[in-house]
Design a protein around this ligand. Structure first.
Ligand SMILES: Cc1cc2nc3c(=O)[nH]c(=O)nc-3n(C[C@H](O)[C@H](O)[C@H](O)COP(=O)(O)OP(=O)(O)OC[C@H]3O[C@@H](n4cnc5c(N)ncnc54)[C@H](O)[C@@H]3O)c2cc1C
Length: 292
């Protein structure tokens, strides 16, 4: 039996992680060696895309359908699961074959890993971002036209995120500001450093609550989970709910004026100081080193 993988596009990092997950699931369950990757072509509408996945399942009877555990991946797969009357394991980190198989999935904003039995004719699974390494790029996904059966909800307008092209989820550098940045205008120093490093801007909930940045920039339990090479936390105290979003970072640099701030307990590198003095100094040094 086959395994299908819903991809955003051929080079998308989180889709390649879903592909790697699908390959190991395929090997573990004795399904066809190579999963069939596909993308959906058509305007995004969750019910329509969910119907497309459900139609594919009905037509091909795969053992499993795997998708990235992004907001969109989870939404589409939830619709497909409802149409097919199958269970969905969302934000899955591991799969153990068995009858029924066991899945491990992330719950409560990353503070809990739960094991569950997945009893389904077709296993519907989304993969938690960065739970597994990405498969090498090089697949050509099959393009499946979106079903037009169910356009109950279709977005009419999309307002772009403010991170300058690099998405928070996939950025290799994230410069994140907290209440200590002081104001919306104060984020200029955060944006400057992120721009120099080709990174994305993140923030804490204190910042989104104050209306200084949009919710799309929020890192944490109720925001985006990031896994950059380095996370630079500026004026962020280190609350558990914030750390739930950045614990996947390989290195953490904390800049905080309070040497007792709990963020320093999680940090690989720390600077005790005012963000409005430290960040411009780092940016100036980077420009100097680059000769710009
Ligand atoms: C259910 C629930 C879900 C939540 N989800 C999230 C979430 O997804 N993400 C999230 O971030 N939070 C979340 N929170 C909120 C979280 O508990 C904290 O309140 C929040 O993270 C605090 O943000 P902060 O660190 O920016 O602010 P604060 O805790 O106020 O910390 C500000 C820090 O800035 C430092 N500082 C002040 N001035 C300067 C300066 N000039 N230079 C340098 N440092 C300075 C201070 O020393 C302090 O450490 C959630 C809370 C709940 C209850």
């Amino acid at each position: 039996m086959s395994v299908l993988v819903l991809m955003r596009d051929a080079g998308d990092e989180l889709s390649l992680q879903a592909l790697a997950f699908a390959r190991s699931l395929g090997q573990a369950t004795g399904a066809d060696a190579e999963p069939t990757a596909f993308t959906i072509d058509g305007p995004y509408a969750p019910a329509s895309w969910g119907q497309t996945v459900a139609d594919l399942v009905t037509a091909r009877s795969p053992r499993a359908v795997i998708a990235p555990g992004t907001e969109r991946g989870n939404e589409v797969m939830a619709h497909a699961a409802a149409i097919l009357d199958e269970p969905l394991s969302a934000n899955t980190t591991a799969f153990t074959p068995g009858d029924p198989p066991t899945v491990t999935r992330v719950r409560w904003g990353g503070s809990l890993l739960e094991q569950a039995l997945l009893r389904g004719g077709t296993l519907l699974i989304t993969v938690a971002p960065h739970a597994v390494g990405a498969a090498p790029a090089g697949v050509t996904p099959e393009v499946v036209p979106a079903s037009h059966h169910a356009l109950a909800l279709a977005p009419t307008e999309r307002v772009g995120a403010s991170s300058g092209g690099v998405t928070l989820e996939e950025a290799s550098v994230v410069v994140s500001g907290g209440r200590g940045v002081g104001s919306a205008e104060g984020f200029a120093v955060v944006e400057e450093l992120a721009g120099l490093l080709g990174g994305a801007v993140g923030c804490s909930r204190a910042v989104t609550s104050a209306g200084w940045r949009p919710h799309t920039d929020q890192v944490g339990q109720t925001g985006t989970k990031v896994a950059p090479e380095i996370y630079i936390a500026c004026g962020i105290s280190g609350a558990t709910q914030h750390m739930a979003g950045c614990k996947g970072a390989k290195k953490l640099l904390a800049i905080n004026s309070d040497g007792e701030a709990s963020i320093f307990a999680h940090a690989d590198y720390g600077v005790i100081g005012d963000v409005h003095a430290v960040l411009p100094a780092i940016s100036a040094e980077i420009r100097k080193v680059r000769g710009a």
